[in-house]
Design a protein around this ligand. Structure first.
Ligand code: RNT
Ligand code: ZN
Length: 422
């Protein structure tokens, strides 16, 4: 290993020339919570006690890499292994289908006690706990829809699920002493453009209204409403489109009802980084689903790529990093799932740290003075800054493994634990 400390001192000097306080950037990046999704560990399979757990709703995991977690204990053990190498403040993001009950419990009957193991785990790790209703992978989740279903019985079933989830969210907040962020996403849509595109949306609005009205007194719960452009098998129409969800959030005009922006849920030339300022003009916070779309909402492992970096650069420039709830959302079943977690989570943290090392004051001053030529030159010059030296130092300080140091241990864990699962 090279001299990480010495390299860091040089990098610090480099950044200081531009008025950037590297220690401060590290401190902020370290404190910024990232909500780690539990569902990378078992391909969104979940721990419900039922036979058929086929993933439906237009999302897909591809690959069959051996060793996925088969129950809550294994999943948490794998998470414990992964987080050794993920520096910085974390929260845990659990989906309703990660229930742990003695017998099968229907989705509209779930209760806080069914998630006690997650609560205990989160408290032992001093982490906040986030939650998600699971409106997919269920016999009542069909192309006829869930919260937008024309069949009242089905719609009401899913409304009860949404209500149950908000109550569980409140319990999480009470138990952890940290607010719970709930993400509401329904797969509802159609393979073709339906004749009637309005009625399902009116029903989805009614369902959300009913869920929020029935749980009005829920405290310390934040609700993200997630839109999507299309899903597999639902290519032509989604009920919860961007316009619908944005309209719902703006019209609700409540601080706890916010937009979820998933980086994979838009047309390829539309970027979340470009949407943030428009939304922040009207809302106090946003929930991010950090992911990597390859051609479609493929949920590839988060990369340290242009768009991920642009999202956090934009948040830092706007002064909105601390107002943004950051959650990861990807599922790769074709590689070691712990490697997937570590790589994507580290990249998310990396993008946050890199964004905090921009020459913000200079760029602002250049723009204000009208010197747009210099503004561009500065921006481009900075792309080659010695960021990795700062990142390595931060990882060393957090004992999270410098560079690829973590890989040997993850490989050992695969040998000792994952490969023994059949
Ligand atoms: C699906 C949405 C949603 C899910 C998770 C599992 O397209 O992105 O957020 O990925 O709820
Ligand atoms: Zn998402």
């Amino acid at each position: 290993m090279y001299n990480v400390e010495k390299a860091y001192e040089l990098a610090k000097e480099y950044y200081a020339q531009y008025g950037i306080d590297v220690d401060k950037a590290i401190e902020i990046a370290d404190k910024t919570p990232i909500s780690m999704h539990c569902w990378q560990g078992d391909d969104v399979n979940g721990t419900e006690l039922k036979e058929n757990k086929a993933l439906t709703g237009g999302i897909q995991t591809t690959g069959n890499y051996p060793g996925k977690a088969r129950n809550g204990e294994e999943l948490r053990a794998d998470i414990d292994e992964a987080i050794k190498f993920i520096p910085g403040t974390l929260r845990m993001n659990v989906h309703a289908n990660y229930i742990e009950a003695d017998t099968f419990v229907e989705r509209d009957q779930i209760k806080p006690e069914h998630y006690q193991k997650w609560v205990d785990w989160a408290n032992a790790h001093d982490m906040g706990l986030d939650f998600n209703p699971t409106y997919f992978a269920h016999p009542k989740s069909t192309p006829a829809g869930t919260l937008s279903c024309a069949d009242e019985k089905t719609r009401e079933f899913w409304v009860r699920h949404g209500i149950a989830c908000r109550k569980i969210g409140q319990y999480f907040a009470e138990q952890t002493g940290k607010k719970c962020v709930i993400n509401h996403w329904t797969p509802d849509g159609d393979k073709e453009v339906p004749f009637d595109t309005l009625s399902p949306r009116l029903r989805l609005k009614k369902s959300y209204d009913e869920i929020f009205a029935a749980t009005e007194d829920c405290k310390d719960v934040i609700d993200g409403i997630e839109s999507k452009v299309f899903g597999i098998g639902l290519e032509s129409y989604t009920v919860g489109s961007h316009e619908f969800c944005m309209g719902y959030v703006m019209n609700a005009n409540k601080d706890h009802i916010i937009m979820t922006l998933d980086a994979g849920h838009y047309h390829p030339t539309q970027t979340v980084s470009a949407m943030l300022a428009g939304i922040y003009t009207f809302n106090k916070s946003v929930l991010l689903h950090v992911t990597r779309a390859v051609r479609w909402d493929s949920d590839h492992v988060v990369g340290f790529d242009d768009e991920t970096r642009a999202i956090f650069e934009e948040l830092v420039r706007m002064g909105k990093l601390s107002d943004t709830y950051i959650a990861t959302d990807y599922f790769d079943a074709s590689i070691n799932r712990i490697t997937a977690w570590v790589t994507g989570m580290r990249n998310t943290r990396k993008a946050i740290l890199a964004a905090l090392l921009q020459p913000i004051q200079t760029e602002k001053a250049l723009e204000a003075s009208g010197d747009v030529s210099a503004r561009l030159a500065w921006k481009e010059e900075f792309k080659a800054s010695p960021f990795s030296l700062v990142w390595d130092y931060y990882c060393a300080k957090k004992n999270a493994g410098v560079g690829l140091e973590w890989m040997d241990e993850v490989k050992q864990y695969e040998k000792d634990v994952l490969s023994k699962r059949v």
